[in-house]
Structures are given as C-alpha cells and as structure tokens.
Ligand binder design. Sequence first.
Ligand SMILES: C[C@H](C[C@H]1O[C@@H](n2cnc3c(N)ncnc32)[C@H](O)[C@@H]1O)NC(=O)c1cc(-c2ccc(F)cc2)cc(O)c1O
Ligand SMILES: [Mg+2]
Length: 214
Amino acid sequence: TRSTRPQRLLRAVQKKAIKGDPQSVISTIDYFCRHSEWAMNVGDEKGAILDSVVCEVSPSTALELGTYCGYSTVRIARLLPPGTKLITLEFNPDYAAVARQIIEYSGLQDKICLVEGASGDLIPKMQELFGIKTFDFVFLDHWKDRYLPDIKLLEECQLLRKGSILLADNVICPGTPDYLEYVRNSPRYESKYFKSHLEYTKVEDGLEKSVFLG
Ligand SMILES: C[C@H](C[C@H]1O[C@@H](n2cnc3c(N)ncnc32)[C@H](O)[C@@H]1O)NC(=O)c1cc(-c2ccc(F)cc2)cc(O)c1O
Ligand SMILES: [Mg+2]
C-alpha cells in the first residue's frame, strides 16, 4: 500500500538530515513541507516563537500534547538544559512510530519521553508514571477541542503551579474559541496572543501564551 505522509516525511529526514543534528532535522522537515507536501507541524515561523518562549521559561519539566511527527518535540528538546525531561503524548500509534524515529535520528531521545495514549487518560497518571509534581511548561497542539478540557484537567490534577506557562498552537486556524475565551477571561490566567501564520502558508494563525496565576 502507498506510504503515508508521515512516512514520506521520515524518509526525507533519513535521506537529507544529518544524524544527531536536531537543527538539520528541523530544517529538512520545513523544506519538505514547503516544497514537497504540507504537514501540520508548528513550522518555522511559529516555531521561532515557540523557541523564544522555551528559552525564556527554561523549564525543568515540560509537557507536549500532540506529538504528531515530533517536529515541535525536537524543537523544544534541543533547547532544554541537561537533566530536564520533555514528556510528549500522542494517541495515534502510526504517528507515534514515526515520531520515535525522528526523535532518535535527532539524537535527543534521552531528553524526551513519548507516551502513546490519549491526553485525557494520561494526564491524571503523570505523578504516578513520572513522579512529576508540576509542569513548568505545557505546549498544546492536539485536537483543538481538547485544549480546554485538558487544562481544566491539569488544574484538577494540581499539575500547574503559580507561574506555569501554557503555549497553545492554532488558536486562530483551525481555532480554539472556547479555550481562548477561558484563558483570556479567567482570573487564574494572564494571557497574550502572538500573531503569526498557519505553518508554511499566508493564512493567519497564532500562539496564545498563558501564565497560570495559581
Ligand atoms: C491534532 C493534531 C496533532 C496531533 O495530535 C494528536 N492528538 C489529538 N488528540 C490527542 C489527544 N487527546 N491525546 C494525544 N494526542 C492527540 C493527533 O493524533 C495528531 O498527531 N493537530 C492538528 O490537527 C492540526 C491541524 C492543522 C490544520 C490547519 C489547517 C487545515 F486546513 C488543516 C489542518 C494545523 C495544526 O497546526 C495542527 O496542529
Ligand atoms: Mg498545530
């Protein structure tokens, strides 16, 4: 049967990127998505904003919801100080299999823990599975109607602390209206919109950065 787009993206990385060089993996994926096939990675333009927030927060504990092929996983992990862990959740086994290989190719597997499963099931298990108390940083990039229920779940499970940073992709396209309304109106969050574009296109999109106030 025909290969899938994630498999073709992985093949491009294995063919063109330098093994052990995260930046070349990132550049190869961006080139592939601009010149061969669009794919729903956060991309280079929003990726630069993601980089700046990760550097600013310099998290000891980080969570990513929605790994897909691992592009933003590699972007985040390459900036983490030694000894920190990025936990990334992906419920599609085919996507998770590709992501594992892209993460390994980049050489960042020691900083990343990819868990297959649905965020709604796994978030309540973070303490028992990983001994995580709270997350300093959460990148939301999974089903857009799961952003709001999952941050409420993070609150309920006491996985956020005063100052925890949430960064959400696609708040304009495809859009997460209920999430935006919540973080922008809740007294428990201080929120800021970073205007950008949908990956590899001229369509408006952006990232919403929200600080949990406790
Ligand atoms: C949702 C996907 C990203 C991944 O998230 C995993 N996932 C889901 N729900 C869960 C869960 N509850 N737990 C764990 N993993 C989970 C999934 O399997 C995908 O691999 N992302 C998108 O759909 C997405 C779509 C677009 C997009 C924009 C304009 C268009 F015309 C078409 C598509 C852009 C983006 O930037 C995206 O991010
Ligand atoms: Mg996205």
